[in-house]
Design a protein around this ligand. Structure first.
Ligand SMILES: Cc1cc2nc3c(=O)[nH]c(=O)nc-3n(C[C@H](O)[C@H](O)[C@H](O)COP(=O)(O)OP(=O)(O)OC[C@H]3O[C@@H](n4cnc5c(N)ncnc54)[C@H](O)[C@@H]3O)c2cc1C
Ligand code: FES
Length: 242
């Protein structure tokens, strides 16, 4: 973990209430897709955790949805502003080369899968992606995702792609895969873990410290309580007691 000041170099709306922000500075502590950063928003006591969407040696991209006052404030921040961030948080995805991965994103849960897809491509593997959302307005970064993955879209209202949820879409597409890598709403992750044997889920929890000190983000697993911020946010789908 490292505490750094990062400069906002872009902050653009990419979907309904969804923004993509680029942060530049010393991001050397970010190692794996699936990690998250914890942002100090001016005027707010608690930091807000947001996944690393994509990164390289000079920058981090975050993709975030306005949910409440904190994320609304982040959306109003202008280019040039510096943000106090804790980076290099969480375990990130366990990437096994030479496998057939299935990426499953629900809503804003698509965020960490962008960096993960990029990493698989670096290993010479083009993943399949099932990307579900409530409606077509909530599907974002489609050009980039199509570059990196074989993409299948689904929406709850049928406005784009398969009409239904991601689990039904996976069955409909009949895609063969070795491991799934899923991020999205809790109920979606529970359904995936119940339906498919091998894979990883990236969980969210309300967080206090964000680095393992307060136990505020504990979840129940087959091996006892674990902290989403420290042992997670990525867990083996079979170990989480949903
Ligand atoms: C490891 C991790 C990674 C995340 N990655 C992303 C990301 O890439 N993009 C993104 O948009 N969001 C992400 N989130 C969620 C993000 O942290 C919350 O949306 C944000 O903190 C809300 O802050 P707010 O001040 O806008 O809303 P608040 O006013 O704090 O809350 C608004 C509403 O959202 C609920 N809520 C707030 N935080 C959470 C949470 N963590 N889980 C469930 N419900 C919550 C509250 O109960 C309330 O109902 C992530 C969360 C975690 C723990
Ligand atoms: S948020 Fe404090 S231990 Fe996870």
């Amino acid at each position: 973990m490292k505490n750094v000041l990062l400069t906002i170099t872009s902050n653009v709306k990419v979907g309904k209430d969804i923004f993509l922000m680029r942060l530049e500075g010393d991001v050397s502590e970010v190692k794996n897709p699936g990690e998250f950063i914890n942002i100090q928003i001016p005027g707010f006591y608690l930091r807000r955790p947001i996944s690393v969407c994509d990164f390289d040696n000079e920058h981090i991209d975050i993709l975030y949805k306005i949910l409440g006052k904190g994320t609304e404030e982040i959306s109003s921040l202008e280019v040039g502003k510096k943000l106090d961030c804790l980076i290099g948080l969480g375990n990130g995805f366990n990437i096994t080369p030479n496998i057939k991965p299935l990426l499953v994103g629900g809503g804003i849960g698509i965020a960490p899968l962008v960096g993960l897809a990029k990493k698989f491509n670096e290993y010479g593997v083009r993943p399949t992606l099932i990307y579900g959302a409530r409606s077509s307005d909530d599907l974002v970064l489609l050009d980039k995702l199509n570059e990196l993955c074989d993409v299948y879209l689904c929406t709850d209202d049928g406005s784009t792609g398969f009409h239904g949820n991601v689990v039904d879409c996976i069955k409909n597409v009949a895609v063969s895969f070795d491991y799934y890598y899923a991020c999205g709403p809790y109920r979606m992750l529970a359904a995936i873990a119940k339906n498919f044997p091998n894979g990883y889920v990236s969980l969210e929890a309300r967080m206090g410290c964000g680095f393992g000190a307060c136990m505020g983000c504990s979840i129940k697993t087959t091996e006892g309580p674990k902290r989403v911020c420290k042992e997670g946010p990525v867990f083996d789908g079979r170990e989480v007691l949903f």
